[in-house]
Structures are given as C-alpha cells and as structure tokens.
Write a protein that binds this ligand. Sequence first.
Ligand code: NAD
Length: 469
Amino acid sequence: MSVKIAPFESTPTESIQSTVNLCRTTFRSQKTKPIEYRLTQLRKLFWGLQDNSKALVEACKRDLGKPSFETYLSEIDWCKNDIMFVTKNLAKWMKDEKAPDIPLSNSLLNPHIRKEPLGTVLVIGAYNFPIQLSIGPLIGAIAAGCTGILKPSELAPATAMVLKQVVEESLDPNAYAVVNGAIPETNALLNEKWDKIFYTGGATVGTIIAKKAAETLTPVCLELGGRNPAIVTKNADPRLAARRMLWGKVHNAGQVCISQNYIMVEKEILPAFIEQLKIAMAEFFPKGQKLSPDFARIVNNRHFHRIKKMVDDSKGKILIGGEMDESENFIEITVVQVNDTKDSMIVDESFGPLIPILAVDSVEEAIKNANEVHSTPLGLYAFGSKAETNKILNEVTSGGASINDAFFHGSIPTLAFGGVGDSGQGAYRGKASFETFTHRRSVTTTPGWMEKMLAVRYPPYGDAKLKQF
Ligand code: NAD
C-alpha cells in the first residue's frame, strides 16, 4: 500500500506570532513541568514515529533517495532509542543536586541546584538527517519541560510535511508545533523572542542565527559543519581502514556532518589502502552504486553542482569512481588523489560522496596539515598504533573523534554530541539533550532562626567585625 504524503506547504508567516504566544502561555501555565507530562509527551512522540514510520521512510526516499535501512537505522530508530534512554533516566536527571563540598554552616541554607526548563525554544533542523536532526533536539526540549516550535529543513520537503503530521498527531498542540518554510518563515520565527535557539546547519546561516539571537541575548546551541580530517598511518590495517572510511562516505551518500572530509595516508601504506578501497567498493556495491538500492542521492540540483564543481576544480587525479548523473542527482563515490591541502576538495566541506586522499610522509605532517586546514573540526578519525592515535587525539582538536573508525562516536546515544570553536557550540543527545534546554538554578533557603548568627553581616560594621579578617 502506498503512503500518502501531503505536498509541501509553508506555514503562513502571519500565524507564527500567535503560535509562539500560545507555546509561551502554555509554558507559563506550569503544565509542562511535571515529569508525568514530559514522559507522556515523549511516549506519544515515540508512538507517533512508530505509527508514521512507513511515511517517514517514503519521505526520506523522495527527499534524498535514502535507503530504507538507513532511515530506520539513523533516523527513526535513532530517535526512538533516544526517547527510551531519556524516559528511563529523566527522573534521575530532574532531581535537585546538593551543592558539593559545603562547610557545615552553609549546609543550614540547603544550597542546591534546581533543574528548571529554559522556557519556549526554537529548533531549526537541517536536511541531511531530516528526522534525527529535528526530533533529536525536540526530545531534549520536551524532557527539560520546555515548550517550543520545530522548523524542519525545507530542502527535505516530504519529510518536513510528515514531521508536521507526527508532531500534530502526537504532541500537546498548545505546547509544540511545526512551522514549515524557508527563509521568510525562519526570519519570522527569529523575530520572536525565544529562551533558546537550537540550530543545525551550515556556518553561514549559523552566523545569521547567532547575530539575530545576540540582539535579544538569546542563548544558542549551534551544530555546524565539518571539514573533518582522517589520518591513516603506516601501522594501520589497510583493509579495516578502507572499509570503515568507505562506509563513512556510503552512508547517506556522504551527506553527514561528521563524515571525514579528506584522508591523509602515510606513503608506505597508500597503495595497499587504495587497493582495499577498490575491493571494499566492489563488495559493498557488486552492481555499482547507481543500480544499488543502498545508495542515497544528493539532496538537490544546487548541491549536485556544488559537489561537481569541487571535483572539476580539483588538480588531483581520480582513482576510483567519478560517474555523475544530473537527472537523478547521482554522484558516485569518487576517490581522488590530491597534491596538497589547497586543493578544492580539501579546502571546502564536500558534504557528499567525495574521498580526497593526500599522501603524507609522517604522522607529524598529517597533524600539521589538519591543524592548518581547520583548527576546530567537528570530527577526527585516526587509524594506526595506539601511540599514534593518541598523539593525533592529543594534537588535533575536534568536536568528537572515532579511533579506528569513521563517525561511529556519533551513534552512541549516551554520548554528548557537539562541535568546538567554529564547528559549533553546545551539545546534545542523552543527558546533554536534557541539559541543553535546562537552567541550573542555584537556590538557598535561610531559616528565620539564623537571624542572630547572621547579624554579623549587617552594618554598622565597626572595628570589632573588621578584626576577624
Ligand atoms: P539546510 O539547508 O537544511 O539549512 C539549515 C536550516 O537553516 C534550515 O532549516 C533552513 O531553512 C535554515 N535557513 C537556510 N537559510 C537561511 C537563512 N538565510 N536565514 C535563516 N535560516 C535559514 O542545511 P545546510 O545549512 O545546507 O546544512 C549543511 C551544513 O550543515 C553542512 O555544513 C553540515 O556539515 C552541517 N550540519 C551539521 C550538523 C551537526 O550536527 N553539526 C548536522 C547536519 C548538518
């Protein structure tokens, strides 16, 4: 049975203010604060995703040619697992925390931290994982007791419409809503006052969001782009490194923010690594990627041409792949040996199925290059001996890192995910999702009977009081 997906429709901008006001009024009503409310919303969201999973799979197929397996693995089940983890731990996370290491006299004030929801929040999602990157932060907002609005990416229009349906069917309509649209709708949202804006996407738009938020001192969480280095040393297992690095570009046709953007390989191991890439490619796609149901498409024609231009402008040599078909935004995994770090394939984030490889003489050279290309990438990948991978971890900063793998650290639901420097600020997933929408409010209560003891703090101070210092 085919699933019906409504054609993309932007939310009228004139309705946005009243939707935000409704969310804010609901927040102020205190309704969203009890744990029972939060758990109910999260469980309903779980079942909304479950009940609409066929439509979500179909929508991701239409938007990105995403294989069903990938939509279940890194979108639907991903969010369902996050919900299960959060619901299991929420009571523990919500508990007040006693101030640590306090002197006995201060303990009489019961100094503690209350976990307060920030308020009414805005979540702006990106197109590449249109479910995960929208619902993931929303899970954190609900868990924290916030109300809010989700603005999915208009570049994944079918998924945006199904997400609207999921939210409207599952969640309290007075507390949560989806606004669909592009720049005008996002600008209308940004003209409202928020208690936090959670944005996932490129740095250019991230800067627009951060500037706008700064006008009202609104806190932001920014999950930005990659340009992530991978390093394969001469002591790495070439087969293992090749298979895993290839997977890092196969998944969602490389449209993954934490996918490696380029690989630096020590010269001694380069021929074996390339040979193993060819073997792995034949194993993963015996009939080629174009005919395979297991390989996604580039999201749209603009991004197809952006990626194509990176290959056209490169001075490197294509070693594997290179086929492109504009009629279906297909780009084959393309392995190019480049000559230096100034190559178009290294300078920019491909956010697509390109594997530029740069031969290096040493681990030190690779580290120097990585730090010069981008001092604060989102991800870092290292294959080699323990000493080498430790050295790489120590000397190259990144938001997260996987040793002996492509972006696997990003799949652990209990591990905070986020960038550093210009790859982003703030983090989420698991407890971090709760924390990113929570204010840690310090509270003390001074008993009335302490008044005599506290008299020392009141003027007149006099010399006698001064003497104690
Ligand atoms: P996108 O096109 O989906 O845009 C992101 C959001 O910004 C959308 O909701 C869109 O409507 C909004 N937007 C676009 N232009 C705007 C404007 N002028 N003003 C206000 N809002 C606007 O995503 P993208 O930016 O093309 O995403 C690709 C980038 O995102 C890559 O750099 C990728 O690495 C990064 N990314 C990061 C993460 C992460 O978790 N760190 C995840 C996915 C993607």
